[in-house]
Design a protein around this ligand. Structure first.
Ligand code: AMP
Ligand code: MN
Ligand code: MN
Ligand code: MN
Length: 287
């Protein structure tokens, strides 16, 4: 059985490890096939690919795109994308520019709440100066003693109703799925259990996503409680979507390690079914 982890972050977005270290750590954790899925960014992929070749891990080119849908932010993972595809690259660059404006507004809002210097602090925390996210603010807030850990930083700041929350318009679901597909990739809804949609709206989302050409949803993710796996596996089947598995690893000591979530329920149709990389990995390990 291959250990396939199709969702994780490097310091090209809000992870803590440089791409090569992430790949080495994943290999040490027993991961055979890893997708690097940085937020709105593909800059980590070349270094990750070089490291993967060195340790005999199969790397899948991925991305996690920020989308506004139904009045909320949702995330769409692209797998087996072409990071050099012009339309995808331009779309991601536009999202990162919007992120930067949002980061300044987050800093302004925290300053109004009596916490000055947050933008500069978060910016300094970000290895990739084009990708400043709320996690960088949260890490800075913890380092400054405004919160005890990342979780409480998000509970007290940066989230709706709290200082440092600014509404933001990301790209559309149509754009995200369109760019991923145009580049030859497969679109997957990330951690669907994290969104606060009622049942009817969840069904509308899955239906709209499928109609746009989306192909999968994450069933087993570090963001789902094991008691939720069955529900999402059933919904995937009901909506004709495939199932994905990923840890959403960000950093050592922050949640689950690469590869360390359960296997997909046996009746799921895995999103990686028929991928040439999987067959190639299997024949390599047999040789
Ligand atoms: P952004 O895309 O900049 O809005 O940041 C979203 C990221 O923040 C997610 O990918 C997570 O890494 C992180 N995040 C969001 N909510 C929480 C939370 N409650 N606790 C820890 N990390 C969170
Ligand atoms: Mn993140
Ligand atoms: Mn996400
Ligand atoms: Mn993620």
């Amino acid at each position: 059985m291959l250990n396939i982890d199709l969702h994780c972050h490097s310091d090209a977005s809000d992870g803590m490890l440089p791409p090569a270290e992430l790949v080495t750590r994943a290999a040490a954790c027993g991961v055979d096939v890893l997708a690097l899925t940085d937020h709105d960014e593909v800059a980590g992929l070349p270094a990750a690919r070089a490291a993967a070749e060195a340790v005999g891990l199969t790397l899948i080119a991925g991305v996690e795109i920020s989308v506004s849908w139904g009045g909320q932010t949702i995330h769409v993972v692209g797998l087996r994308i072409d990071p050099l595809h012009a339309e995808l690259a331009a779309g991601l660059e536009a999202i990162r520019l919007g992120r930067m404006e949002r980061a300044r507004r987050i800093g302004d809002d925290l300053a109004r709440a009596g916490i000055p210097g947050a933008f500069a602090g978060a910016y300094a925390c970000a290895a990739n100066k084009q990708m400043v996210g709320r996690t960088h603010f949260a890490r800075w807030l913890v380092a400054q003693g405004h919160a005890t850990d990342l979780r409480s930083a998000f509970r007290r700041f940066l989230t709706r109703g709290n200082p440092g929350y600014v509404p933001h318009e990301w790209t559309t679901l149509e754009n995200a799925v369109g760019w991923i597909r145009a580049s030859g990739g497969i679109a997957v809804i990330a951690h669907p259990g994290r969104y606060a949609f009622d049942t009817r709206t969840t069904h509308l989302l899955l239906d709209a996503f499928r109609t746009l050409g989306g192909e999968g949803i994450e069933v087993v993710t570090g963001s789902h409680h094991p008691s939720e796996y069955g529900k999402w596996a059933d919904l995937a089947r009901a909506f004709g979507l495939k199932a994905s598995r990923g840890t959403d690893f960000h950093a050592p000591g922050e949640g689950v390690e690469p590869g360390r979530v359960p296997a997909l329920p046996h009746y799921c149709r895995p999103v990686w079914q028929g991928w040439p990389e999987i067959d190639a990995h299997l024949s390599l390990s047999l040789a």
